[in-house]
Structures are given as structure tokens and as C-alpha cells.
Ligand binder design. Structure first.
Ligand code: HEC
Length: 168
């Protein structure tokens, strides 16, 4: 049995060491604020920004604050994939590059995912305890998102807020 454990953990240690040779993904960092940042057109009050920052921005902007363990494989790859996937669905740094109907729809999704507790991802809040939203923080985000949508409704004709149906 002792021998088994020696080989077992020895193998894991070697695999982990070898995994470090695997190149790390390019960091999600940009030196400047994009012209398409959501804050360049819509009001993002400081208290809302603070919540977005701790709970959403790591995966939904062009700037991630990396923890030390992000340098270690296979964590590095795993985080990299989450960020890529999160940004593909919603990137607050490029929000204004979406056409109006998509902006409107993404805000609706923000409200839904926050309401239902789907976002931030639970794999994230396990480690980032401060990203676990309180009821008050959820309400704050949802009401902010709604107010931005309301402003879109008053600015744009109703049919420009509807995404055309996509063939699947
Ligand atoms: C750890 C990374 C991570 C964090 C933190 C995070 N998200 Fe996400 N988010 C993702 C990923 C990955 C996806 C795409 C896959 C999915 O829908 O599960 C996604 C998808 C979304 C979508 C699109 C859903 C859809 O159906 O296309 C919205 C909206 C969203 N997130 C909002 C938020 C908001 C708001 C926060 C903060 C309260 C947040 N996310 C925090 C990773 C994250």
C-alpha cells in the first residue's frame, strides 16, 4: 500500500511538473480604456461599478485581475478559457460596439443571470468570496441595468431593440 501511494503521488507530481511546460494563455489585459467601454455612453454610478468590478469584470471586460495561482497550470488554462468564454458572451469593455438591439438584449441577460444567481459563476465565488452578491447588490445591479434599458427605450424606436431571429 505504501508503495502504491508513493507511485501514485509521484506520478501526479511529475504530471503537474510537466504541465508547467504547457504555454500559458495570453493575459487578458489592456493598457487603455476602450472607446467602446460601457461607461463612455451610459451612466455607471460608483456603487454599481464597485459591484461589477468585484463580481463581473474579471470575466467580462478586457482586463482581468489575476490571482497568483493563475500562473500555475492547469489552472492557467482553465481560467483562460473561462475568460475567453465570458468575454465572448458579454464584454463590458466593448459594449458600445454591439448594435443597440444586442446591447438591450445583453442587459436583459444581466438581469436574468443575476436574479437567478447564475452569475457570477459559483466556481468563481468559491474563491472570490466578496463576489458573492447580497440581495441588495443583486437589486442594485438589476435596477441599474433596467434603468439603462429604459433609457434605450426612450431613445430608440421599439423595433430597433429587437434582435432578428437567428436560424439555428
Ligand atoms: C469566472 C468568470 C465569470 C464571472 C466572474 C462572471 N461571469 Fe458571466 N459568464 C461567464 C461565462 C464563462 C459565460 C458564458 C457561459 C455561460 O453562459 O455559462 C458567461 C455568460 C454571461 C452572460 C451571458 C449569458 C448568455 O446566456 O449568453 C451574462 C449576461 C453574464 N455572464 C453576466 C455576468 C454578470 C452580470 C456577472 C457579475 C455579476 C458575471 N457574469 C460574472 C463567466 C463569468
Amino acid at each position: 500500500m505504501k508503495k502504491f501511494f508513493k507511485y501514485f503521488f509521484g506520478t501526479i507530481a511529475i504530471l503537474l511538473l510537466l504541465a508547467q511546460l504547457y504555454p500559458r494563455p495570453v493575459k487578458n489585459e489592456s493598457a487603455t480604456v476602450s472607446l467602446n467601454d460601457i461607461g463612455n455612453k451610459y451612466p455607471v454610478p460608483a456603487n454599481v461599478e464597485a459591484v461589477l468590478k468585484v463580481a463581473c469584470y474579471d470575466c467580462h471586460t478586457s482586463n482581468t485581475v489575476y490571482p497568483w495561482y493563475s500562473k500555475i497550470q492547469p489552472v492557467s488554462m482553465w481560467l483562460g478559457n473561462h475568460i475567453k468564454d465570458g468575454k465572448r458572451h458579454l464584454n463590458f469593455s466593448e459594449f458600445l460596439s454591439y448594435r443597440i438591439a444586442k446591447q438591450y438584449h445583453k442587459l436583459e441577460e444581466v438581469e436574468e443571470t443575476v436574479e437567478e444567481g447564475e452569475m457570477p459563476l459559483s466556481s468563481y465565488t468559491i474563491i472570490h468570496r466578496d463576489a458573492k452578491l447580497t440581495e441588495a447588490q443583486k437589486r442594485l445591479l438589476i435596477e441599474w441595468s433596467r434603468s439603462v434599458r429604459d433609457s434605450l427605450k426612450t431613445t430608440y424606436p421599439a423595433d430597433s431593440l429587437v434582435l432578428p431571429k437567428r436560424k439555428k
